[in-house]
Design a protein around this ligand. Sequence first.
Ligand code: CA
Length: 262
Amino acid sequence: MLFPSIKTEAYLKFRRSSPILLFCILLSAGCAQSLPPPDTLAIQTDAAASALIPLTSPEGELLLYNSESRQDFLPLSVHFISQQNLAYCGTASMTMVLNALGIPAPVDPVYVRFPMFTQNNVFNPETERVLPVKTIAKQGMTLDQLGGMLATYPLATQVYHTRDSNLDTFRRLAVENLKQPGNFILVNYLRKALGQQTGGHISPLAAYDQAGDRFLILDVARFKYPPVWVKANKLWQAMDTVDDASGKTRGFVLISRAASNR
Ligand code: CA
């Protein structure tokens, strides 16, 4: 658990009065596994709750505070980046996951001698064979192409198109993943199905709110939208759309280190 168990009002008072202490608790997250699960807070379940909830809102912050499935939030947050052009949502998501998993990285000349994956050096001759960077810069990548790009690294990846899966399976796999360290999940969905502008998009999931059945998307288009909580069925519907570039439905990909690299 990242946070202690505190009721809503007490938490908000604590949050206002003790930001430094709260920050320390956040940083100690990895050592707090023995804490009891937090109380389930009474989150309003009116019509507004079915809409997107920004993580930057008090309600969005509280959902994260009470989540029991947020193992991936901290490592992804440390490496959270903005896609550097409008077509690089898959590239930025892949870069975040490679860094969060600690995969040995090349050096980007921008950082002289310090190795780290960036949206420039994540491409190499192997990824070029999957999909040329010039093509990605124009049109991004499909779910299968994302899986193919990831597979050029020492990773174990499983690509799921919605037409071959269902909401219950997605929810189960995603929640399991979000409870576990050392693996991540990326989702490929149609923005306008969530009421956003507008086309296909790729970003990591970072947490799950069991009480409201919502997932937290760490949207890599940070210049456009904050991270948002979205109902699982709405996210599923947004993934269950056809990508014209592939003729297949969108979906999600599970990523972990390859067995030989754990
Ligand atoms: Ca995980």
